[in-house]
Design a protein around this ligand. Sequence first.
Ligand code: CLF
Ligand code: SF4
Length: 506
Amino acid sequence: MQAKVIPIFGENSVVRQGCGADGDVDQSSCGSSAGYGDLPPAVWEKVKNHPCYSEEAHHHYARMHVAVAPACNIQCHYCNRKYDCSNESRPGVVSEKLTPEMAAKKVLAVASAIPQMTVVGIAGPGDPLANPAKTFRTFDLIMKEAPDIKLCLSTNGLALPDYVQTIQDFNVDHVTITINMIDPEVGEQIYPWIFYHKKRWKGKDAAKILVERQLEGLEMLTAKGILVKVNSVMIPGVNDTHLEAVNQAVKSRGAFLHNIMPLISEAEHGTYYGLNGQRGPTTQELKTLQDRCEGEMTVMRHCRQCRADAVGLLGEDRSAEFTSEKIQDMDVQYDRETRQAYQDYVEQERQDKVLAKEAELVALAGASDETTVLVAVATKGGSRINEHFGHAAEFQVYELSVTGAKFVGHRRVDHYCLGGYGEEETLETVIKAIDDCVAVFIAKIGLCPRKELETAGIEVADQYAHAYIEQSLIAWFKEYLERAQRGDVQPGCRGSGQLRQGAYVA
Ligand code: CLF
Ligand code: SF4
C-alpha cells in the first residue's frame, strides 16, 4: 500500500507534530539574524532560505542531512565513532547509512512532503571530505534531480584545501568548518590524532597541521565567494578562553558566521571527554562567550547540534518518517511549482512579520531604559507563538530590551504532557530549563503547570496565542517596563537556565 505524502502549507505544516571576497560581500553587515535589507542582495539570496545561515529563516525553512559519509580522518575527544559527528550532530546513532543513490531518493521524498525543505547538507556521520567519492556523487545526483535545493557541507577541514575547487564546481555555496583552536597547545588537548598523507600524526604536530589546513581552506573558500560558517565546540577549561582568539582569526579570514556550541559530554556516549568527566558549559558561560565574540561577524545562536540524518525544521526531527523502508512506499511527487508556491507564501508571511514587528517597535522608540530580560517561547515554527506548553520539545529564548527582541538560544525539554496528564518530575525539569526567564509565552497551558510556573516566579503569557513572536514580545515588554516603573515587578537576574545535553530525537 502506498503512503500518501501530502504537501503541507503554512503554520499548520509545522503543527504536524517541530560572507567571501568575490567583491559582493559586505562583512560588516553580515549576520545570522539579518533580514530584508540588512545584507547585499547577492548574499541575501544565498542565505534567505537557509535555516542555519539566517536565524530569521530558521523559523520558516527546513534542512535535511543525508548520512553518506561514515569515515573520518581525525579523532576528536568529544566523538565516539559509533555516534553522529559532534561537529554537526548530537551524539545519537545514525539510523541508517545511505548510498548516494538512496540519499538522492530520500531527498526527493522529503522535498515532496516538506516543501519548506530548502537545504540538503552532508554532515557525517564521519567527515564528508574523508569520503569524497560518496559526498560528491550524492551532490551530483541531487543537483541533477532537484536543482532548486541548496547544497551544504560540514567538515573538520583537514582535507578541505584539496577539494575547494570541486566544492565550487558542484555549486556548494555553504561550507561549515569546525575550528576549535588556533594554538596547537590547545589543539593537542582536543585531538589525539589525525591521519594525513598516509601517516598518523599526534600531539602538537597533529594539531598544527589541522589548524593550518583549516585556515587555508577557509581563505580559499572565501576567496571564491563561498559562504563559510565556523563551528567551535566550547570546552570549559580547554578552549573556552581561547575561542575569542579563534573568533578573531576566522573573522579576519572572511568567515560569515561563527557558531559556538556547547560541548556534549554525557558519559553514556562513551567519548573520551564523557568518560573523563569533562563538563560542558552552563547557559550563562555560553551566552557570555557568544556575547563577547559578537561583533562585525554575527554569532550563530540557533544551532540545534543536529544529528547526521536530521530532517525538518531546526528544533524538530522528522527523520523517522523517511526511513528507506517507508520511502519505498511513498508516492513521491517532486513538484517544483508546489514547492515554489509554499516558498512564496512564506516570503509573504516574513514580510508581514517584519512590518508587524517594526510597527510595535515604534512604541519603544526613544526609550532609554536599560532593562534587559529573558523570556521563553513555545513555537512550532512560522515565527508564531503556536505551541501548547505541555507539547513543547524546546523553548526559544529571547532577550528583550528597548532595542527589541533578540533570539539568544533554545532550551530542550521533555514533553510535559503525556497523553492527557502532566508528569510532575518533567515539569520541574522544564522550569529549571527556563528559570532564567521572567515569562513564558505559549498558545495554551493547563491550570496546574500555570500555578507551578507562577510559584517559580515565571509569568505565563497566553494572551498572544498564534500571534507573531517578536511583535508580541515587544508589546509585552512595553507593558512590563510600565509595570516595573510602578514597582509591580522587579527586573533582575534570575536562575541559570539548565542546558540539556543532546539534541533532537523524532
Ligand atoms: Fe546541515 Fe550544517 Fe548545512 Fe545546516 S546543520 S550541514 S549548516 S544544513 Fe545547522 Fe544543525 Fe547547527 Fe549544523 S543547526 S548542527 S549549524
Ligand atoms: Fe567525530 Fe566529526 Fe571529529 Fe570526525 S570530525 S572525530 S566524525 S566529531
